[in-house]
Write a protein that binds this ligand. Structure first.
Ligand code: ZN
Length: 446
């Protein structure tokens, strides 16, 4: 692997308090030097990226995505999913176990790990199921899955409806030091709902999913986490009341962490009117009041991380009527650009945004999988280079993901990932960035 020099970028690592126009040198997959360009030791045979006007941060870490393999390769594979993630600036992604077969035993976990080692351009860390076959009846062998290397446990797509079983899972999670990643949905309330319950659902003649379907389980599992001192991570939080419950539990010392998706931070239920199935997600897009509460919670730290919940589906599936089409948005490639909209609208600082995509998810993962989410000297060289002011139009036909399902088609976003470096290797490069040729143009800052 040839060493790589990134020259004159704005190095930004909120975890270490670095925000400097510096250069960074990568050797043997590690960050081997960073500092003022004029202090740089002489570099002989290396590739050079001129990052003048660009921002260099730790690679993004996604705690929640669906890579669909094994079993649903027509929607996505580990190879295509990892390429899409790289285009989005991610260098570590945690994939959910609702595959076919589900990731509920050592063999399936090892299958994903082997596929990832062969075909993925970045770090893929599997999440194991909570219950066998995701059926909610019997716990998986959590000790066995932990030793196989899962980052946590989840029946994502479904809630463990039996609270006694969830209690047991949380007790074990405490002993294993791994989180239970909690999809909170009381199916008795959500039933066959497709969009947020309310006047819009009524107008469209669609069955609604009430906020209480989420909040019921959030409340239940916060109490179970309190009881067991287990680690619960609330997935894709979507309502203002859920946020209130989590804020209160955190104040009382419950071991809870939380994630929110870009689409729940940016879009409301109104999207379904214009983009129909493209905006059909679970949990559903909610109201502007919920969006505002989520942004506030992201800023005050009630919400720890942003996770994409990248959920690719085929064009044919999403062409079905709204009531029948599957839930999900193909989110890797639009996440950063759309989130920068919050920065430009002055609703979220760039520091908060980058923290929630890097240091915060890294701290939830711990150091079992390496020292991630940092530009520290000696750390694995997982980096993203982005142009904060570059405007681009979302065109799903250019996605690396097989999933073209997005409600953002045709939208102009400001802020684009131009290069991704995973374990020292350049795994994604925008056409606008010349390797080995300095970029003359000085671009504006955010
Ligand atoms: Zn989920």
């Amino acid at each position: 692997m040839k060493p790589l020099l990134i020259r004159d970028g704005q190095l930004f690592d909120p975890g270490q308090g670095i925000n400097e126009s510096w250069s960074l040198f990568i050797k043997d997959g590690l960050i081997s030097w960073l500092g003022k360009t004029r202090m740089m030791p002489p570099q002989l045979d290396c590739d050079v990226i001129s990052a003048r006007g660009l921002v260099v941060t730790p690679g993004f870490i996604d705690l929640h995505c669906h890579l669909r393999e094994p079993g649903f390769e027509e929607k996505e594979t580990i190879a295509t999913g990892s390429q899409a993630a790289a285009k989005g600036g991610f260098t570590t992604v945690c994939c959910m176990p609702n595959t076919l077969p589900p990731l509920d035993n050592r063999e399936t976990i090892e299958f994903v790990q082997a596929k990832a080692a062969e075909e993925a351009v970045l770090r893929v860390l599997p999440v194991g199921c909570i219950t066998r076959g995701r059926k909610g009846e019997e716990l998986v062998d959590m000790v066995e899955l932990a030793s196989a290397g899962v980052v946590g446990f989840s029946d994502d797509g479904d809630t463990v409806s039996n609270p006694a079983l969830m209690r047991q899972a949380l007790e074990l999670s405490r002993k294993l030091g791994l989180p239970v990643i909690d999809h909170c949905e009381d199916k008795a309330l959500s039933k066959d709902g497709v969009v947020n319950e309310g006047t819009m659902a009524t107008q469209l003649g669609l069955a609604g999913i009430p906020p209480a379907a989420e909040e019921n389980i959030v409340a239940r599992d916060l109490e179970l986490a309190r009881l067991t001192e287990g680690r619960v991570h609330i997935a894709h939080v979507s309502t203002s009341c859920s946020v209130e419950l989590i804020r209160h539990a955190k104040e009382e010392g419950v071991a809870v962490t939380t994630e929110v998706t870009p689409h729940h931070l940016l879009l409301t239920e109104e999207e379904v009117v214009n983009h129909s199935t493209g905006a059909k997600v679970n949990p559903p897009l909610r109201t502007i009041r919920d969006v505002e509460a989520l942004i506030e919670a992201l800023n005050d730290g009630t919400i720890d991380v942003i996770a994409t919940d990248h959920a690719p589906h085929t064009v044919a599936e999403k062409a079905l009527p709204v009531a029948e089409a599957p839930f999900g948005i193909s989110g890797f490639e639009t996440a950063f650009g759309s989130l920068m909209g919050l920065v430009y609208a002055e609703k979220v600082s760039i520091e908060t945004l980058i923290t929630r995509l890097t240091t915060a998810p890294a701290s939830i993962l711990g150091e079992k999988f390496g020292k991630l989410g940092t530009l520290a000297f000696g750390a694995v060289a997982d980096l993203v280079i982005f142009d904060p002011s570059k405007e681009w139009v979302v065109d799903p036909d250019t996605f690396a993901s097989k999933g073209r399902n997005t409600p953002l088609t045709g939208r102009t976003l400001k802020g684009k990932v131009v290069a991704t470096i995973s374990r020292g290797q350049l795994v994604n490069k925008d056409d606008s960035l010349d390797l080995n040729r300095p970029q003359e143009e000085l671009r504006g800052r955010w």
